[in-house]
Write a protein that binds this ligand. Structure first.
Ligand code: NDP
Length: 419
């Protein structure tokens, strides 16, 4: 028996909410709240008669803390699932602290306005101290640790697939497969084809910011930064086939470096087709990925927001996307003094996701772990006050839930390694 407030009703949230409604013995009451309430209403309609979960909807601007506090106080949820955008993470965390409720999200904080001088000063200091220049990092949310601990509340950060399941895979490898892990390669392959020359699989603004940033990885405890897309490898993915993949900065590298003792190297690779890369480079070269406002015919516009308005809505890609995703982690390390390797991953089929929930696999592989993370918190299987990433909890019940609710793991004890 639980009441959950979900903030956001985009591609990922729609999967998470539909999945929560499949587990209606736990998710007994759910409020779907977002900026555009008509989307929440439409999803409520779609679910009518298919679940015992009692669904209500609300309009909320999650950039406004007081609005979120008022909604939490009125609805009195056990958990707030933030599946809006990373820009809202801190406001919603503040609101949860003020109203006394547990919190979770699927992506770590980054500011919407990267020109804000106060933020920029802190960012530039961090770039120098840490050695990577992505706009997002955990420091903003880790700063809430003591406040959540003192309030006896839990905040679960980044519970999608990557970040999220990839960290549970690391915790699982550490618990069951290794005494010490030396290297972790996280491989994110999307073998799906939506037929468009250029579209992004989740929020275009967040996606393009992430992909166009310099790549970075951890080597011997230190960040190494490289120009965007400058390290390329080819890998033969189970269920998908051979794909080019590129080294990217990714948020879970930062927390894994803190939480996996003795790890020497952590890298993250993502596959991209040539058409995607050509379009992205061109858009970047002409300034369309810029987050700084410009004046256009007497009106202020932000180029990347204008681009977002032109691109297909990721939530609309479901019917036309065919193929599979394969996301997982390859480890090297030692067990009982012997060198060993291990690969744990999931394969997900775009069309099967569409048949089940009307979504493509990227939203599915993010929304299902969000539901499973919420399930862990609500059933007390993950329960410790403070602010935590997924690898800091017991991976076993979480991976069992993923197996059960649509993202089963596959394993190999003799994987091909990435050089
Ligand atoms: P969408 O853009 O499809 O949806 C975002 C939703 O948040 C929309 O419903 C939007 O409302 C709502 N929203 C935005 N701003 C506000 C606000 N100020 N107040 C209230 N609601 C707001 O994004 P996705 O579903 O693709 O992504 C959701 C999250 O998941 C993102 O944080 C993304 O980074 C993360 N993600 C994580 C992954 C992982 O593996 N960990 C992978 C993919 C995504 P409106 O309709 O009005 O715009």
């Amino acid at each position: 028996m639980s009441r959950v407030l979900v903030i956001g009703c985009g591609g990922v949230a729609q999967v998470a909410i539909q999945k929560c409604c499949q587990v209606d013995e736990v998710f007994t009451e759910l409020c779907i709240a977002s900026r555009t309430v008509s989307k929440c209403e439409a999803l409520k309609e779609k679910l009518a008669g298919k679940t015992k979960t009692v669904i209500t909807t609300a309009k909320v601007d999650a950039d406004n803390k007081d609005e979120v506090v008022a909604l939490i106080k009125a609805y009195k949820p056990d958990l707030v699932m933030n599946i809006a955008l990373p820009y809202q993470d801190l406001t919603i965390m503040d609101a949860c602290l003020e109203a006394g409720v547990n919190y979770m999200d699927t992506a770590n904080y980054e500011p919407e306005d990267t020109d804000d001088p106060t933020w920029r000063a802190i960012y530039e200091k961090r770039c120098e101290e840490k050695g990577f220049s992505a706009y997002f990092d955990y420091s903003w949310q880790w700063a809430y640790r003591e406040r959540f601990e003192k309030a006896g509340l839990t905040a679960l950060l980044g519970c999608g697939f990557d970040p999220g399941v990839t960290q549970a895979y690391c915790a699982y490898a550490q618990k069951h497969e290794f005494d010490t892990i030396d290297t972790i390669d996280i491989l994110d392959c999307n073998g799906g084809d939506h037929g468009y020359k250029f579209a992004t699989n989740f929020n275009p603004e967040v996606n393009l910011r992430e992909v166009s940033a310099p790549g970075s990885y951890i080597e011997n405890g230190r960040w190494v930064e490289i120009p965007a897309m400058s390290i390329k490898r080819e890998y033969d993915f189970d269920g998908v086939g051979r794909k080019d993949m590129y080294l990217l900065h990714h948020e879970e590298i930062e927390s894994l470096n803190e939480n996996i003792p003795g790890v020497k190297k952590i890298r993250f690779f993502m596959t991209f087709g040539q058409s995607y890369l050509d379009h992205m480079r061109c858009l970047e070269d002409v300034g369309m990925l810029s987050t700084s406002p410009i004046m256009f015919e007497g009106k202020e516009i932000v180029p990347i927001k204008f681009l977002k308005a032109l691109l297909p809505d990721p939530a609309s890609l479901g019917p036309r996307t065919v193929g599979k995703t394969n996301i997982g982690c390859i480890f090297t390390g030692k067990k009982n003094g012997e060198e060993k390797t291990y690969y744990i991953y999931n394969i997900c089929d775009h069309q099967e996701c569409y048949k089940e929930l009307g979504s493509q696999a990227i939203s599915y592989t993010t929304g299902v772990p969000a539901m499973c993370g919420a399930l862990m918190l609500l059933t007390g299987q993950w329960n410790k006050p403070g602010v935590y990433t997924v690898e800091e909890f017991d991976p076993d019940p979480f991976l069992a839930a993923l197996d059960r609710y649509g993202l089963p793991k596959k394993e190999s004890h003799a994987p091909v390694l990435v050089d």
